[in-house]
Design a protein around this ligand. Structure first.
Ligand SMILES: Cc1ncc(COP(=O)(O)O)c(C=O)c1O
Length: 350
């Protein structure tokens, strides 16, 4: 999904960052959010969530996620731009909080991180965020606005309703019959499903899970439907969820999955990430082979939801790229300037 036109970003003077925030009205504020580095669609729900926080007078936010979370990174960067303090609870990443990928950007953007045990559940995360927010409130006088995992909440839904409206303007209803979505917390799935329903259900929505079971996905989509006040509508009728390609689990990848991501970039120039879009896109491609009836004769749109920053420092790709004899390895060492150009030979790691 391209973002056009490409805009130059006006840098704010950091010394006035906190003061100009006060002058913003929510809608204008939401527009300014478009300038946040946006390799993650979650900026769409943050437009609404952070606007909600500002309108309610908060000066800080608390959110949570895995150490690989794109949502946490986007919250940190967007908050820095808007002069909000970001407090982020994370799990995973080893004993020492790493300085790489999404976490590096979160830390760079001045977020305060809280490392919680790996075993914590999403509901446990939520309780801890509320506890943290209350504690910070007693110290600073500003109880941070709490953003649930993945920004998955009622205001957040509107971000993806907007996304659907944008896709309609780009002719999605005429050009495609089916959409494939990556499913984590299912907020994107819920919002796209509702938007599709409200505009005549012309598309079939396929939600490829990267971690959650069917019961969770349909349950969450049903909650979205109920929140939207759509009486008598069933989640199963709006979405076709697939959990068959979660593989080894959230954030874990097989060699085949990593190779799929490399191959996609090599053959299409589209970069996917191992945790979210790479898993879902591979799932859809595998499903086309394993269950050809599902997509046969359809025009399928894959909704790329962003998240490429994690790939920059994912060392697992070193192995994929440099494997002995791998066609992916196209690095030739031509250090002897007297020698012939090393063309037509297999590249070898030194
Ligand atoms: C790149 C990317 N795609 C998809 C998702 C999943 O979206 P959702 O949580 O709305 O299901 C996430 C985050 O969870 C993500 O970071």
């Amino acid at each position: 999904m391209s973002e056009q036109p490409t805009k130059r970003q006006k840098m704010s003077d950091p010394t006035v960052a906190k003061s100009f925030l006060r002058d913003w009205e929510a809608p204008e504020f939401a527009k300014k959010m478009k300038n946040v580095p946006k390799h993650r669609m979650e900026i769409r729900n943050l437009e609404f969530l952070l606007a909600d926080a500002v309108v309610k007078g908060h000066k800080s936010v608390v959110t949570c996620g895995a150490f690989t979370s794109n949502h946490c990174r986007t919250t940190a960067v967007a908050s820095a731009q808007l002069g909000l303090d970001a407090h982020i609870c994370i799990r995973g990443g080893g004993e020492k909080v790493p300085m790489r990928g999404n976490l590096m950007l979160s830390r760079f953007s001045g977020a305060t991180l809280y490392r919680l045990p790996d075993s914590i559940s999403d509901s446990g995360f939520f309780d801890k965020m509320v506890e943290l927010s209350k504690k910070l409130g007693t110290i600073t006088g500003d109880e941070p606005y709490v953003i649930p995992v993945g920004g998955s909440s009622y205001p957040g839904l509107f971000g993806y309703v907007n996304c659907f409206a944008e896709m309609m303007q780009q002719g999605v209803l005429e050009k495609y019959t089916d959409i494939v979505i990556t499913c984590g917390t299912a907020v994107t799935t819920g919002a796209i499903a509702i938007s599709n329903y409200l505009t005549g259900s012309k598309l079939r929505i396929h939600s490829f899970s990267i971690k959650r079971p069917l019961s969770f996905i349909y349950g969450y989509v049903q909650e979205c439907i109920d929140l939207a006040g759509l009486d008598g509508v069933k989640a199963e009728d709006l979405v076709s969820a697939c959990v068959d390609y979660i593989g080894e689990g959230y954030g874990k990848n097989t060699e085949q999955e990593l190779d799929f991501i490399r191959n996609a970039a090599d053959t299409t120039g589209i970069v996917l990430d191992p945790v979210y879009t790479g898993k879902a896109a591979r799932g859809a491609v595998e499903e086309m082979k394993n269950n050809p009836g599902r997509f046969k004769g359809k025009k399928v749109l894959f909704l790329h939801s962003g998240g490429v920053f994690s790939i920059y420092t994912d060392q697992r790709f070193d192995g994929v790229m440099t494997k002995e004899g791998s066609a992916a390895n196209k690095v030739h060492y031509w250090l002897d300037l007297e020698s012939e150009p090393p063309v037509g030979v297999t590249a070898k790691e030194q």
